[in-house]
Design a protein. Structure first.
Length: 74
């Protein structure tokens, strides 16, 4: 399994699906398992979940930085 590719796929799905985003916030492991759709070892699910959390946080930080830039450019 290409973990990096799976992380990107899951991030895209979470960003585009409010229900999945809510599920990820409440139970990230179950949300990741539902997207992957197959049984995978627990350590792989945890790695993917941590990667998704990091990617989503980076995206949130990027959006926040853009908003701050807008405030100072006025």
């Amino acid at each position: 399994m290409d973990i990096k590719a799976k992380v990107q796929e899951i991030v895209s799905r979470i960003q585009g699906d409010a229900g999945l985003r809510s599920q990820f916030q409440n139970d990230p492991v179950k949300a990741v398992e539902s997207v992957i759709g197959v049984e995978v070892p627990e350590d792989v699910v945890r790695q993917v979940t941590e990667g998704v959390k990091a990617a989503l946080a980076a995206g949130s930080l990027s959006g926040a930085a853009d908003k701050l830039k807008g405030l100072f450019n006025k």
